[in-house]
Each structure stands twice: as C-alpha cells, then as structure tokens.
Write a protein that binds this ligand. Structure first.
Ligand code: ADP
Ligand code: MG
Length: 645
C-alpha cells in the first residue's frame, strides 16, 4: 500500500532552496549520492561486526562484496546509483530523508533568509551539507529503493520534489540502496550536461570521488577485437589519499576529499599530512577549514576527525583524537596498531590513541606556526574565525596535557594598543618591548572598543609601550594563569603593581594627600584604598586591583552567569596632575566643609566605572547627581551674563 507524506517544514524549505537555487555547479549531486553510498558501505562493515549473521542474506546466499554501481536507464534520462551498504528500513527512510534532524536547522534557515545574495547562500548551504537533496537540482523525480541489512523487506520512496513523497513496500534482492534519478531534460542553451553520458560521468567521478575506498563500477562499451562489448569498468582509483605521497596529490584532489569528509562547500585553508613510523605507527591528513561553521559556538559540535585502522574505516567523529580546542579540524587518522574491533568506549583509554593525539597536537600547532610565518594575512583570517576556540586550550583545565602551553602561545594573536585594527603575536610583542619594560602587559574586558579607551592605558600610550587587549570571554579565564613567554611574565594593567618597573613619581609635582584621605573616607563602602598614582595622564582617577584580586571583568562574567559574587573592593588611584583632583585639594585646603563635597567623591567613583565600561549599581542616583551638577554649573554661567545687562 502506498502512503503519502509531507516533508518536515525545514526539509521542505531546504528542498525548495535546492530546486530554485542558482548553482553554477550541478555536477555535485553525483558526488553527494556517491558519498552517501560510501557512508552506507562504511556502516555495513560496522554493522556486520556486531551481527555476523547478516552476512548470509538468505539461506545459502551471502552478501556480495561491497561496491557502488552507476547505471543508465534503457530509455535514457534515468541514472541509477546503487550500493550494497547498510540500507534503510521504513522508519529510517522517513526520518533520514523526509526530515532534517540536524541541530541548528532553524538557525541555518534564519541565517539564509538574512543573506539574499546567492554566493553566501551557497556557502551556507555548503556548510549545512544538504547532500541527498541536491539531486533535485537535476531531477524532476527521485526514487530511493532500499532494504536494510538484516531485513527481508524493501521499501520505495518517491518524490517529485514538491514537498511530498510516497512510501510503499518494494522488492529488493539484496540489502542496500538504489537511488533512481529521473533527470530533467538538459537545456543545451544553458550549457546543461547530460548526466547519462559516459564521459560526463567518468569526469565527475574522477574529479570528485576518485579517493572513495569502494569500487565505483559502470558498464561501458568497449571495442574488443573489432566487436563492441559491454564490460564493467571501475571508474575510481580508490587509493586512500592519505596513503599517497603529498607531491602526487593535486590541490583539487585534497579539496574534494576535504569536502567529502567535512560537508563544507568551500575549499580548506590548508592541510597537514603526516606519516609516523617506529613505535606507534600511523598516518593522517588534517584540514583547516576556511570559515567557522555557523554552529561552532552554540551547538555541541561533532569532532571532525575520522579513524581508520589499517586503511579500514572505523568511525567518524572519533572522540579523543583531537582536543576540543581543535574541534574545527576535519580529517583522517589511519592507525597500524589499534585492533580492528575496537569500540568507542575502550578506545578512550588506549595508550596508542594518547600517543597519536599528542603527536597530532604538535603537528597542527607547528603547521599553524608555519602558516603564520608564511602568509600572515591568511593566518589573520584564520585566527579571526578560530582563535577564540584555540585559546580554550590555554584554560587551566585544558592544560592537563602538559607541554601544549608554549605551542599554543606561539600561534596566538591578540589585538593590542599599538596594532591598530590588526593583531600582534607574542613574539612580536616581546621583540617590540621597550627598554626597561619588564612584563608583557594586558588588559581584559568585554568589548574591544571600550578597552581601547580605558584610562588604564594612558601611561603606556604616552610611553609607547604596547598592551594586549583581551576581549574574548575565554581570555578572562586563562589570562590570570598565563605563566611567561620567552622569559617575560604576563601582568594585568588592572593590578596596582602594574608598571612597577617605571619610576613615575619623580617628575611629577605635589602629592594631594588631603584629597586622597578625603576620598578614602567618603568612599569607604566602595573602595579599599585611595592612592596617588602617576599612571594616569588624562583621566582624574581609575580603579585597580590589588595583587590577589581577580579581574573586574571576571567578576562581571560570573555575575552575568547568575553566580553570587561579593562585590569586589578595588583601589582607587588618583591623578595628582588632573584639575579635578587639584580642585578637590584646593577646596579642602581652603577649609571647605567635607559634608558638602561628598557628591564630588561619588561622582568621581561612578565616572571611573563608566570609563571602564562597567555597570553602575544605581543609574538614577547618578543621573540625579549629574542633573544637580549641571544646574549648578548653569547657574554659575548665568551669573555674569545677567549682571552684564
Ligand atoms: P548526510 O550524508 O550529510 O547525512 P544526506 O542528505 O546526504 O546527508 O543524507 C541523509 C541521510 O540519509 C544520511 O545520513 C543517511 O542516513 C541516509 N542515506 C542517504 N543515502 C543513503 C544510502 N545510499 N544508504 C543508506 N542511507 C542513506
Ligand atoms: Mg551525504
């Protein structure tokens, strides 16, 4: 009995997008179908490990050897893509093909709607990997006839791409899947290809699917001794790309392989190959994507590295091969030592895996260092996409694997006071340190633009010392525990002992001790101490931490996460050269009543918080104080004018 269904809403929207899209390259539908067939054959192998009895599909009849077959319909305009992989049962057919279960679908569609231009839509679709649906670019009907490994019945899915599909029971001799693509008539005016043409198919397979590990077979006509015979021909070389020597593999081949394993649309930014012998033996090929996937930060990401053992596919998303701070990397690792029947659970504790992981981290970091040295513009682009993820590797909890710290610091880039819109590396920072500068200075905060105008930077700006500006949320977590780089310790400019190596006091004039004492008394609920400091040049005052205190931004982060944090009392530093401080001192000297001056102290404290982009506890109180001050000032302005009349 035939049943009719509707595609899930999101699936329908994606489908429409595919059909109406302006793709320049429709060839990729075949790549996608072959890629699915290859995945299904990988799954067959895994399934047979658990159920060796499935090997015998009916009494006395064994499964044929794994492969993919392309064939053309007799009446033309039909292309069959068959595999004897794991197949699908009825439920799988509706849930894998009729719906999109992948997390982030809604976000993806919303992002697509926002971007009208075709080019970025393409990139987004690529990130999402719409796979099977791409066949609707070339077809006006697609059928899927499939039988699940271990089942006796088969099923036929059929859809004209209008948002509905039917499912009915169907004969199927062997487990596996045949996708039947009813091709649209190619329009020669639009340069559309005939996808039943032998040479068109050969070209596409060679270009996109050569590395597929299973034979892709097609019956072709051959002249043998003057007679035309039909013979099966294998169209792909099937050679694992990571087992070939790097100089024999073209960039295009690497790119196509990357697209196959990652589902990305864009070529990768770069890759690393490696072959390690002696002791633990393994090979591998890892890619750096060009762009962060849209869900890098908000969805639990799968890990992108697949595990092979002795050239046999074992699993995708192999946990533990790369640390989570390298989760954006896609690639393959092929081990010679792990046992073929290893399970995900046991794998975690395998000593070979730990050795491989360590080696991968080292290789990735040195490849990044190389990229940074060779093409800084490219590396800046990379850092912009993935830097915040890599920096997660500096968080103390991640550093349980010792020895990564230096390697990670080597490839880190930071915005800085002197770097303009660009970035500076730590090596560059240390090289540019001025005479007498002892520490690598940094300032953390929540927004780069606010950081740039922080009063704490004033003295450094005047002296020409550079300061790293750390505005990623993750920076706040690792910065306090950074040890040193090339023998130079890190120090936050928020600390009271920042710039201790500079003797600032000598050149400046009077010390307004009275003003300091007055402020300390009035502000005792808010600050621990008030000190005279020469670090400021333009601002009247600022707030700093004592040696032990955490950073102010950290306190804010904890609070925004809903944690109870006792308000941190900081130290107020005042600038003796500033008119505000001088004015306070003058009023005190002239015997002004302290009670009437309190408002100045509160205003000054709020002003410090505003300048660092902080949160004012009681904005309406501040607004009132400003209003009172303004009216007083305006009163004073009015005075001479009115008398002048
Ligand atoms: P993806 O391959 O990225 O998962 P696709 O749209 O290409 O997305 O395929 C969707 C799902 O349909 C696959 O994950 C798989 O479960 C199933 N599928 C597609 N083609 C086949 C096939 N030939 N054999 C078995 N399952 C398949
Ligand atoms: Mg696919």
């Amino acid at each position: 009995m035939q049943e009719r269904f509707s595609f899930q809403t999101e699936a329908k929207q994606l489908l429409e997008l595919m059909i109406h899209s302006v793709y320049s390259n429709r060839d990729i539908f075949l790549r996608e179908l072959v890629s699915n067939a290859s995945d299904a054959l990988d799954k067959r192998r895994i399934e047979l490990l658990a159920h060796p009895e499935y090997e015998e599909m009916e009494p006395g009849k064994k499964l044929s050897s794994p492969g993919i077959r392309l064939s053309r319909g007799d009446e033309g305009n039909i292309l069959f893509v068959s595999d004897n992989g794991v197949g699908m049962n009825r439920d799988e057919l509706t849930s894998y093909i009729g719906t999109i279960a992948r997390s982030g679908t809604k976000e993806f569609l919303a992002a697509l709607k926002e971007r009208k231009e075709a080019a970025s839509a393409e990139a987004l679709i690529g990130q999402f990997g719409v796979g099977f649906y791409s066949s609707f670019m070339v077809a006006d009907r697609v059928d899927v006839v499939t039988r699940r490994l271990g089942d006796e019945k088969g099923w036929r899915f059929s859809s004209p791409g209008d948002g509905t599909y039917t499912i009915e029971e169907s004969e199927k001799e062997e487990p596996g899947t045949t996708v039947i693509v009813y091709l649209k008539k190619p329009d020669p005016e639009k340069n559309e290809k005939d996808y039943t043409d032998e040479w068109t198919i050969r070209d596409i397979i060679r270009k996109y699917s050569d590395f597929i590990a299973y034979p892709i077979v097609m019956a072709t006509e051959k002249k043998i001794d003057g007679n035309t015979e039909v013979v099966d021909e294998v169209l792909n070389s099937g050679k694992a790309i990571w087992r070939r020597s790097e100089k024999d593999v073209s960039d295009e081949e690497y790119t196509e392989f990357y697209k196959h394993i990652s589902g990305d649309w864009e070529p990768p930014l770069g890759h690393v190959t490696f072959s390690v012998e002696g002791g633990t033996e393994f090979r591998g090929l890892l890619f750096f994507p060009a762009r962060a996937p849209f869900d890098l930060h908000f969805a639990p990401r799968r890990e992108g590295v697949s595990l092979y053992i002795k050239n046999v596919f074992i699993m995708n998303d192999c946990k533990g091969l790369v640390p989570s701070w390298l989760r954006f990397i896609a690639g393959v690792v092929d081990s010679e030592d792990l046992p073929l029947n290893i399970s995900r659970e046991i794998l975690q504790d395998n000593p070979h895996l730990r050795i491989i992981r360590k080696s991968l981290i080292r290789r990735v970091l040195s490849a990044l260092k190389k990229m940074m040295g060779e093409d800084r513009t490219k590396y800046n682009g990379f850092w912009k996409e993935f830097g915040s993820v890599i920096k997660e590797g500096l968080v103390p909890a991640e550093l349980s694997e010792k020895g990564n710290m230096d390697g990670i610091l080597d490839v880190c880039l930071f915005p800085s006071l002197n770097a303009g819109d660009g970035y500076i590396s730590l090596k560059e920072y240390v090289d540019s340190m001025k005479e007498g500068q002892k520490y690598i200075y940094y300032l953390t905060g929540r927004k780069l633009s606010v950081l740039r105008s922080s009063p704490l930077l004033e003295r450094c700006r005047r002296m020409g010392w550079d300061v790293l500006l750390l505005a990623d949320p993750v920076d706040e977590i690792f910065a306090p525990s950074l040890p040193s780089f090339e023998g130079k310790e890190f120090r936050s400019l928020e600390r009271e002992d920042a710039l201790e190596e500079v003797d600032l006091s000598a050149s400046e004039g009077e010390k307004p001790e009275g003003a300091a004492g007055f402020l300390k008394e009035v502000l005792s609920d808010f600050v621990k101490d008030v000190r005279i400091s020469f670090r400021l040049t333009n601002s009247p005052a600022c707030l700093v931490n004592d040696r032990e205190g955490g950073s102010f931004a950290m306190e804010q982060i904890l609070r925004s996460m809903g944690q109870e944090v006792p308000p941190m009392k900081r130290i107020m530093e005042i600038n003796p050269g500033h008119p505000v401080i001088k004015g306070l001192q003058r009023l005190l000297d002239s015997g002004e009543d302290m009670g009437s001056m309190k408002e100045y102290a509160f205003l000054l404290h709020d002003q410090c918080i505003l300048a660092e982009g902080g949160h004012i506890e009681d904005p309406s109180l501040l607004a009132n104080r400003i209003a009172v001050m303004l009216s007083r000032m305006l009163e004073a302005e009015k005075g001479p004018e009115s008398t002048g009349l």
